[in-house]
Design a protein around this ligand. Structure first.
Ligand SMILES: Nc1ncnc2c1ncn2[C@@H]1O[C@H](COP(=O)(O)OP(=O)(O)OP(=O)(O)O)[C@@H](O)[C@H]1O
Ligand SMILES: [Mg+2]
Length: 246
């Protein structure tokens, strides 16, 4: 584990006064006011659509120096896109083991940012720099993701994943859980935004629920998404009768 806490470095009085995105998103407000403590090597961000998971994930990735287009730290940015105002102000309190990397210049930091919207472009970039062994065009959507996870999730670093389950089958998600667990145990750190009851069940992982309330730590068994899936699978009609025309 590399980072104990993330926080936003704002000049006195700034930020809270900002009335525009991303400062108005409740989880960002809380991040500005209190920071976000990490209690385990693997942290999941869960919450409704639009709650702020991607905003948070992206800021963490950018702040750490992972390419905001999706992809690796430690090589030049794939784009000239500027770092967002929030990402540019993210700071990290390292763990003892993380000090050397967190305090190193950006190019010496390691990790990977899987940004949902641009994941395939990022994988092409990884191929272009020989970081993965096959080109994503030669593989299915899910195969490309899995290959990148298998081949790139090796180094100690920060891995920020935004809904990695989107392309993956049940058994591939299980493989991803195992890869995340290995990363965490090997001294790396994972932050993963997800809607998946399967991924979030990883024992020992911390789950942060993002929403109108800001951010709070929750247990897997208490998650709304787990309860909904459990009830849906045992009786889909109980849900569908509310949404399907008679
Ligand atoms: N570039 C942007 N400019 C303005 N508002 C934005 C921008 N990106 C996101 N938002 C808004 O910020 C809020 C949080 O969005 P975000 O993408 O972080 O949600 P999310 O939790 O990742 O949702 P999902 O589960 O759908 O991926 C939403 O209200 C969204 O409309
Ligand atoms: Mg999102």
């Amino acid at each position: 584990m590399l980072i104990e806490r993330a926080y936003v470095d704002l000049p006195e009085g700034a930020g809270a006064a900002e009335e525009s995105w991303p400062w108005t998103v409740p989880c960002v407000r809380q991040l500005v006011e209190e920071g976000l403590a990490f209690r385990a090597p693997v942290t999941f961000l869960v919450g409704e659509n639009g709650s702020g998971k991607s905003t948070l994930a992206e800021a963490l990735a950018e702040g750490f120096g992972l390419d905001s287009y999706g992809g690796s730290a430690g090589y030049k940015y794939a784009s000239s896109r500027e770092v967002s105002p929030l990402g540019g102000r993210m700071r990290f309190d390292p763990t003892r083991e993380g000090r050397a990397m967190v305090r190193a210049p950006r190019v010496r930091r390691r990790g990977f940012f899987l940004r949902a919207e641009t994941a395939l472009e990022a994988l092409s970039g990884e191929r272009a720099t020989q970081r993965i062994s096959r080109h994503p065009d030669e593989m299915s959507h899910g195969e490309g993701f899995l290959l990148a996870f298998r081949e790139r999730f090796a180094q100690r670093g920060l891995y920020v994943l935004d809904e990695p389950e989107a392309a993956l089958s049940f058994s591939s998600c299980l493989e991803l859980v195992a890869l995340m667990d290995d990363l965490g145990k090997s001294g790396a750190q994972v932050v993963c935004a997800t809607h998946s009851p399967l991924l979030t069940a990883l024992p020992g992982a911390e789950i942060v629920e993002v929403g109108e309330h800001g951010m709070r730590s929750v247990e897997w068994a208490e998650l709304g998404l787990v309860d909904h899936w459990r009830r849906y699978l045992s009786d889909p009609r109980a849900y569908l009768r509310h949404v399907l025309a008679p």
